[in-house]
Design a protein around this ligand. Sequence first.
Ligand code: 6PG
Length: 476
Amino acid sequence: QTAEVGVIGMAVMGSNLARNMAHKGFRVAVYNRTASRTDEVMAEHGDEGTFLPFHDLAGFVASLERPRRIVMMVKAGRGTDAVIKEITPLLQPGDVLVDGGNAYFGDTRRREEEIRPTGIHYVGTGISGGEVGALEGPSIMPGGSPESYEAIGPVLEKISAQVDGEPCCAWMGTDGAGHFVKMVHNGIEYADMQFIGEAHALLRAAGLTNAEAGDVFESWNHGDLDSYLVEITSRVLRAKDPRDPATDLLDAIRDEAGMKGTGTWTVQTALELGVDVSTISEAVFARSVSSALPLRTVGQQTLEGPDRTISVDDRQAFIDDVRDALWSAKVVAYAQGLDEIRTAAVEYDWEVDMGQVASIWRDGCIIRARLLQRIKDEYAAGDLTTLLEAPSVKAELARCQQAWRRVVARAVEAGVPVPGFSSALGYYDQVRAPRLNAALTQGLRDLFGAHTYRRVDDEGSWHVNWSGDGREVRAD
Ligand code: 6PG
């Protein structure tokens, strides 16, 4: 018997993806470097479909129908390079090798370029949705040659989440495009979680208990904020400490956020591309600050400020304001993330369809949200320079912006840190401002370093002879 698709790496994500494929009717070859792990997975799940387990890579490769379709689910980094080195001599032109890990898109571009001369297709693929998504239907973001998508697309589309019969999987562009889109997905995930954290902190500052805040998040999940992250927030907020059911689990968790790097890459890459993703960088830095314990200890002991309580006369009105601020900030994070993808597509010559990106994020992934249907529809209606200009988005922002300002102002007055909300609002006000302080920056640069400036009423670059006769001279 031959296999239609193969999966390398039987850790949780890999085994769940292989099971998903088998559940959808594919004959799946599986291989793991440590053979006992393959045996364990087969002992537990081998009867869920047609699996062909292998203890040797050559046997695994030989079992696959041509062109071979192989999905690697190994630890990103050196693990991926090791598998590539071992497997490529066993493959033939036309075969498709998929990297389904959270690889850095630059590594994917390098690997694709190295492998291309062999005729083997290298497909860097973002897969989102965690363990459950891998098993039940993730959001899948493949990048590679168009021919490779013809071979692997049908498998990936079948195992992905579906919305109204449409798969949450689509070709994102060549080489690193898929991993780039996944990277930005994670950056938006960071920003979204930071905003949610700020919203929770504000509700607590206004006197709500964690459980009450959990109820608020649940009610938000029935409206425009309907999303996976808002839904699971209400679960975490309501959870009791399993060690002491009289207290909240949240209060027992240290307030030190971890991260594995994709958010940092999103920000580093945006800096290189010159795109403002300030909401994402605030989210990354907020995690850094949370874990900088010596800094926080000194700060707590020495710095003055208000006591982080917000007195509200009308609790519901305040909750509604926080909701509007959360929705607005979230839209800004999407706008910034999509801007980064759009800019990268030009830089790297990818044909990324922004509506399709929104479309495949509608389900299966961590940032799945009702808002993504709206974003998909808006991009389908016409190309956008920024998501913020989309008719239904700008109208809703116009409705929300006063509440958003009130929330940021109350937070600042009370000393509740809201770096995400205020940075999102700062971005909104920057992009709508008719004139920015950049004119002064240019004037200063010209004075101290003769860096020149451009005029509003003339072409060319100009410089003032600041230390001499004060006359303006053409500088180009
Ligand atoms: C997903 C997630 C997943 C994971 C990230 C972020 O789409 O399924 O984004 O990839 O949560 O690795 O993890 P950190 O918060 O640890 O950086």
